[in-house]
Write a protein that binds this ligand. Sequence first.
Ligand SMILES: Nc1ncnc2c1ncn2[C@@H]1O[C@H](COP(=O)(O)OP(=O)(O)OP(=O)(O)O)[C@@H](O)[C@H]1O
Ligand SMILES: [Mg+2]
Length: 382
Amino acid sequence: MEMQADKQIRLLLVDDEEDFRQTLVKRLNKRGITASQAASGEAGLALLAERPMDVVVLDVKMPGISGLEVLRRIKQMALPTEVILLTGHAATQDGVEGIKAGAFDYLSKPIEFEHLLGKIRQAHDRIVTIREKQLEAECRMRLGQQMIATERLAALGTLAAGVAHEINNPLAIINEAAGYMRLLLNKQAAGLPHREGFQKALDKIESSVKRARTITHQLLGSVRKNESVLAEVDLAELAGETLQLLAGQARDKNLKLELETTTHPKGFWIEPNQVRQVLINLVSNAIHATPAGGRVWIRLAGTDGGGVTMEVGDTGTGIPKENLEKIFEPFFSTKTPGQGTGLGLYVSRQIVEKLGGTIEVRSCLGQGSQFILQLPNQVEPT
Ligand SMILES: Nc1ncnc2c1ncn2[C@@H]1O[C@H](COP(=O)(O)OP(=O)(O)OP(=O)(O)O)[C@@H](O)[C@H]1O
Ligand SMILES: [Mg+2]
């Protein structure tokens, strides 16, 4: 065990006496410790700048900068390194000064090898403990930051919904004004120069308002808690309705829409509007991703715990692995700006989690995707 730990010690020996160094390095080697060496304080510092060391065994009396000075510089640089000083015989004063300057300990020459080895091991243990504590502290800090990030995201959601709500009013006014201008243009400005230009500009205003509305509605939908009503729902009916809503889009693309129901709970209590919004988001994504001639389906099944599994699947393009983590992030979209805002899945997940359920995705590139919802029965236990 000790040998194993010794092997990992990164040790530097700084001493100007060549013979002393060689002997010590050899003996250390026999005990499984590989030591680097330097013949002067300057050389030692240069080596430390390149290679981190756990323990430095440092002669005090050397030509050039002294061991004490080297020690001070090591401490100044705040290196994670323990220093053991080797002082001359009867030079206790140096040793005491060294301890004051932050040395781990000092030994007087001539040194006793086993004694030095023991000190090196102790110094190394201390470095390891310090490092572990530091790692622990860093880890705790990261955890704290993560929690802050989650809270911030929740706060951001509330803010976004607030902004969305505020923006709805001016949007309505813009829309009305545009409508009024169109009316005037059609009725009274038949001879107006650049009439077509006006009309095109109005089209742009109206389509942009529509787009902004979709965004605000999505954002509001994710936090609108009080408006949701719990009701006893026939899930097959709800899923069928959803498919019906999007049947036109599917027909345009020549896609088959299918509803598969195996056993699923009757008398399921849930918030139908919220579940409908999720299904609409998932099914329209599926329709978008599937080339002509493909299939999109909703599959329903009961779970053992009285809940339900709803799978929305398609035979579409699939989702690249590197995107799987990102698709639930707000504003992540691979669609062109007019086609997608990247809020559909973000909002869907928010809703599902609020309902106490989960949403998962499986996807195979080129073959299709399945989004799997698990929802609990919200009926209160009596
Ligand atoms: N069934 C699917 N098949 C392939 N890719 C999908 C599927 N569903 C989602 N994606 C990918 O995930 C992205 C994010 O989807 P999300 O519904 O959040 O936003 P969007 O559809 O781009 O925009 P919108 O806000 O209008 O829904 C999509 O742009 C698409 O790349
Ligand atoms: Mg979408």
